[in-house]
Design a protein. Structure first.
Length: 82
């Protein structure tokens, strides 16, 4: 069986917190990961054949990313077990 990866700690604290990363920076990294891996907010891409919806305007794409960042910030600041 493979061992679970351990979270690096410094003096009993999470290494990210020890490096001075605040919750907004963690939320931003989470947002970037989700946006890049899923194509969040881009809408349908042009492909051969018919497409359902036209692609989003740059303003709509930016709004979608702001909403995703707010959701990530809420998830990061949420207390464990709630």
């Amino acid at each position: 069986m493979a061992e679970e990866p351990q979270v690096p700690t410094v003096d009993g604290k999470n290494a990210d917190a020890a490096k001075g990363r605040n919750k907004d920076e963690v939320a931003l990294e989470l947002m970037k990961f989700i946006a890049v891996t899923t194509g969040y907010g881009k809408g349908n891409t042009s492909a051969a054949g018919f497409s359902g919806k036209p692609t989003r305007s740059p303003e709509e794409y930016a709004d979608a990313l702001f909403q995703l960042f707010d959701r990530c910030r809420t998830a990061v600041t949420k207390e464990p077990g709630k």
